[in-house]
Design a protein. Sequence first.
Length: 292
Amino acid sequence: MNDQRLVAERFEAERPRLRAVAYRLLGSASEAEDAVQEAWLRLNRSDTSDIENLSGWLTTVTARVCLDMLRARQRRGEEPLAPDDEVIPDAADPEREAMLADSVGLAMLAVLQRLSPAERVAFVLHDVFGVPFDDIAGIVGRTPAAARQLASRGRRRVQGLSESDQAADAARKREVIEAFFRASRDGDLGALLAVLDPEVALRADQTALQMGARTGWLPGELRGAQAVAEQFSGRAQAARLALINGVPGAVWAPGGTPRVVFGFTVRDGKVAEIELAADPEFINRLEIEILD
């Protein structure tokens, strides 16, 4: 009991900082509270005798919960409430004062929404809270070098790109996606490996997994260029390039009706993430323009 009480006291001491981390990652006070509560539940289910650095452990768990929430939000195509519409903690709360005073204020939260979930986590944890890249790597499932690149890309995007820069980025992304599907259709394994990031991840929602199970394709999440290249080699014959909410991607659209959406994350000229979505409700919320 004494140990449990001590753990609870230490958690309460960490709670304001954890809420600050979660708020900056999620941009929502209510979601931040949910993330911190989930961290508390996971702490209760863990053997605390094995935790050497409780503060670091809680930061890692909270950040992972937030990353999952950001990815789920991205899959659903949802945006959080605008920061000014949020119910922020009471003005006398020192946590709120910190929120308003540090380098990522309310106005910056809108900018952070343009980052990918992994970029947002890497940038905020490192640039705002000083978390080492070795720790961030474990949270986002990348190497420390890749985590550093994520933070760097997030930093550049936060600093702002001109419209011409954004158009050039979209054109480069489309070229990479076109090269990916050319190699896939041709069954050119070497060309596929050349366009894939060594740590590329392939993910699919539950509906896409069920569709794949009927054909023996897409067994689940895959990681690594070799595994992803082998999965796509000679396939995706019917996939068509498309703009998904204005962003280059692809769809499988038999009869002109999108059934599966291919979302791509391109970094440094390589495909770093592929997300397949087949949930009809999700697809219906997307603005899809099939390209020639």
